[in-house]
Design a protein around this ligand. Structure first.
Ligand SMILES: Nc1ncnc2c1ncn2[C@@H]1O[C@H](COP(=O)(O)OP(=O)(O)OP(=O)(O)O)[C@@H](O)[C@H]1O
Length: 332
């Protein structure tokens, strides 16, 4: 498909405006992920693109025409929901082939295409089952298969993996990445999950309270966050945001210093003095949570560290690891 261009999109529910002047260009065949805190408007933006929500004003330009007032079916996007939305009385084969049978395609063609997609999604052995007899991950793959068979202009995913357990999520995440490699199509994907956003996206769109804070590749956002909100939102564990005034950091013109846990050193030297309040040993890495003048600073430790709770430590950093933000939180 050609690119999707969203211009000056506004959306309210009743008197409450939830999307404010959204401008976003989604390139052809991009994988774009919307992230942001709960309630920031990710799903509403996706549903507005799909045509499931009526917008107050703005344009949604697809293949050179404004589809903002068109019915969902005419926009021709395939939406994959967190709840799967499968037909319970139909077999997996009939669920996947549904769009083609509705379109009146010949049975042999539908059979062949369903077989192809089932193979791609590792569903071949389940084709005769009903959705109730499948696991959550299998159901989600059926929902994705059904979307693929529609050959839509774009795939819109609304938190598709959030009902799955941790292990299945990882598996499905890899499958979605693989699907993406096999198909040239545009994907727009809403998630809460940092790792999904970082690993799947070409472009991450960070939303906050109905406004776009930053658009960029995962690494751009990680290394050059435009403001302290994006800085603290992208990356897990979060970037430390240190108040220059509260911590009495002399000779510093920024209001806030941002530094990631992996860029802090801990030991006998450093600008900050604190006490270790908690340690989490995760195996490949460990994290120390250090209380420094009322602030809590997260520091990544090597796996074989000798630190203990209540230990007094100093925290230091290299200057090139710092992100500097002004009093409004903007990157300096
Ligand atoms: N049908 C509705 N009527 C009224 N308000 C709504 C409706 N749907 C969503 N909202 C409100 O609009 C705002 C944006 O909701 P939306 O579901 O888009 O957020 P989100 O970022 O997807 O959140 P989450 O990550 O929690 O799913 C929220 O404040 C929500 O309460």
């Amino acid at each position: 498909m050609s690119s999707l261009d969203i211009k000056h999109l506004n959306k309210s529910y009743g008197s409450v405006q939830v999307l404010h002047d959204i401008n976003l260009e989604i390139p052809e065949n991009a994988f774009v992920v919307f992230v942001g805190p709960s309630g920031c408007g990710k799903s509403t933006l996706l549903r507005s693109i799909a045509g499931l929500e009526e917008i107050d004003s703005g344009e949604i330009i697809l293949e050179g025409r404004d589809v903002a007032k068109e019915a969902p079916v005419d926009r021709d996007f395939a939406m994959v929901f967190q709840s799967y939305a499968l037909y319970p009385q139909m077999t997996v084969r009939d669920n996947i082939g549904f769009a083609l049978s509705v379109a009146g395609r010949p049975k042999a063609e539908i059979h062949r295409k369903v077989d192809e997609v089932a193979q791609m999604l590792r569903l071949t052995e389940y084709l005769d089952r009903k959705p109730a007899d499948l696991s959550g991950g299998q159901r989600q793959r059926v929902a994705i298969g059904r979307a693929i068979l529609r050959s839509p202009k774009a795939f819109l995913f609304d938190e598709p993996l959030s009902n799955l357990d941790a292990e299945l999520r990882v598996d499905m995440r890899l499958q979605i990445a693989e699907l993406r490699r096999q198909m040239s199509a545009t994907f727009i994907y809403v998630t809460h999950d940092q790792v999904e956003a970082m690993t799947l996206a070409d472009q991450i769109v960070v939303l906050r309270a109905g406004r776009i804070e930053q658009v960029g590749s995962p690494m751009e956002l990680y290394h050059h966050p435009a403001n302290s909100f994006v800085a603290s939102f992208i990356g897990s564990p979060k970037m430390n945001l240190l108040s220059v005034a509260d911590l009495g950091l002399a000779g510093e013109s920024a209001a806030t210093l941002g530094v990631r846990p992996e860029h802090l050193s801990i030991g006998a030297d450093g600008a900050l003095e604190g006490t270790i309040a908690a340690i989490e040993n995760l195996g490949p890495v460990s994290y120390a949570y250090v209380d420094v003048r009322g602030a809590r600073v997260t520091v990544q430790l090597p796996p074989a560290h000798g630190f203990a709770l209540e230990e007094a430590v100093k925290i230091g950093w290299a200057d090139d690891a710092l992100h500097r933000f002004d009093a409004e939180g903007r990157r300096i």
